[in-house]
Design a protein around this ligand. Structure first.
Ligand code: EPS
Length: 389
């Protein structure tokens, strides 16, 4: 069984719900570490008031007993504390009241799912679209990714996520061991390891907030300790880079993805793109550089996976753009909903977790077994085979 998950829940509904299927039995769950990841996602300079209301915690309500997975579907719920303010607006049961009482949305925001979702699902209250398309859903995805990450950690696989740029400010990424890079970016309110860029990013966010505007940016994720051979070249939908790309672009507001040197590869000749192959007894095959970002032919090559994603600015603008009222078809300014000015730092944490998920999925396909013991035996056997190759 392939690893999979589904999420449900609205941003101002009572809770988010996720079900993971395909986890092996006997994976020890570190409950505090799940909540740590959810807390990391809530942080970052540029967030709005909502994050002061929430204190996300993953409550496991199925699939784990006495601290270990049983092999049954794992069910997680995350409470929305803000729900108490939205009980009538988000009521499952019919409620009385006018548009205002129901906080009906009828002036769609350009760049959001509002209008397309309204047309597609024939909904005259665009709140029915925005409640689900909100990036609140990424809390559930981080919870699922955090479980996958715990599985990967048992095999020495480590993941970092940080910010490369916000608006037109690009941070220098120092060449440091991964643990050191994680330590420094973790302390930065904009998740960079460049104090000068950090200062300019904060100023830029302050300015955007003052002007009722929003900002996007570029984030990077590095996965270290991955064995060669995850993913496959034999079929289009088994290529790991393709699967990671889909996962990254599925994050709310993400518009593009690149691996290694990415789009720069299109500007260089092959001699300055491909990574020469080297060999040392004891170490095995390795590369002189990692321009490929750890994936060639849809498979990991044993070098760290390096993936970047671009997030567009959040579409909710306090100084709204032109829109059309869906009732009167008259021009109006788009509706203003409470939102963040910049969620790029949080998005780098989300990206870590969607990438962790895809790597774990490929890992279980390669070393598949129903228990952690069976997976470990398969993994060690494969590492021996690679060493003796
Ligand atoms: C979001 C709008 C804001 C963000 C939200 C994503 O929420 P609200 O409308 O309640 O102010 O804070 O992000 C989260 C709730 C979260 O947990 O990340 C949107 O429209 O996408």
């Amino acid at each position: 069984m392939s690893l999979r998950f589904l999420t449900a829940g609205e941003t101002h509904g009572p809770q988010l719900t996720a079900i993971i299927e395909g986890l092996p039995s006997n994976l020890e769950i570190d409950f505090a570490a799940l909540d740590d990841q959810l807390r990391r996602r809530q942080k970052g300079y540029g967030r709005g008031r909502r994050m002061q209301i929430e204190s996300d915690s993953a409550k496991i309500v199925g699939g784990v007993r006495h601290g270990k997975t049983t092999g049954a579907p794992l069910a997680i719920v995350i409470e929305n504390k803000d729900w108490t303010h939205w009980k009538t607006v988000m009521s499952v049961e019919p409620v009385e009241g006018d548009d205002e009482a129901k906080r009906r949305v009828h002036r769609p925001r350009p760049g959001h799912a509002d209008l397309n979702g309204g047309l597609k699902y024939n909904l005259k209250d665009l709140r029915n679209v925005l409640e689900r398309s909100s990036a609140r859903e990424t809390a559930a995805r981080v919870a699922c990714g955090a479980v996958a990450r715990q599985l990967l950690e048992k095999f020495g696989i480590k993941i970092a996520g940080f910010v490369v740029s916000i608006g037109d400010v690009t941070a220098n990424v120092p060449d440091l061991p991964l643990d050191e890079l994680i330590r420094i970016t973790e302390e930065s309110p904009v998740r960079v390891a460049d104090p000068e860029a950090e200062k300019r990013m904060i100023e830029l966010i302050d300015q955007a907030k003052k002007e009722g505007d929003s900002l996007g940016g570029v984030v990077c994720c590095i996965v270290e300790g991955v064995p060669p051979g995850l993913g496959s070249h034999v079929q289009w939908d088994r290529k790991l880079d393709g699967r990671i790309a889909q996962a990254v672009v599925s994050i709310n507001a993400f518009k593009g993805v690149e691996f290694g040197i990415g789009f720069e590869a299109g500007r260089r000749p092959g001699s300055r793109v491909h990574d020469p192959i080297l060999y040392e007894p004891g170490r095995g095959f390795y590369r002189a550089s990692n321009n490929a970002g750890g994936i060639e032919g849809g498979m990991t090559n044993g070098e760290p996976i390096i993936v970047r994603g671009v997030m567009k600015p959040i579409p909710t603008l306090y100084k709204p753009l032109a829109s059309v009222d869906i009732d009167t078809k008259e021009p109006f300014l788009a509706q203003v909903e409470r939102s963040d000015t910049c969620a790029v730092p949080a998005a780098s944490v989300v990206m870590e977790h969607v990438v962790a998920w895809e790597v774990a999925r490929a890992f279980l396909e390669k070393f598949g077994g129903d228990s952690m013991e069976e997976i470990r035996a398969n993994y060690e056997n494969y590492l021996r085979q690679v060493a003796e190759y």
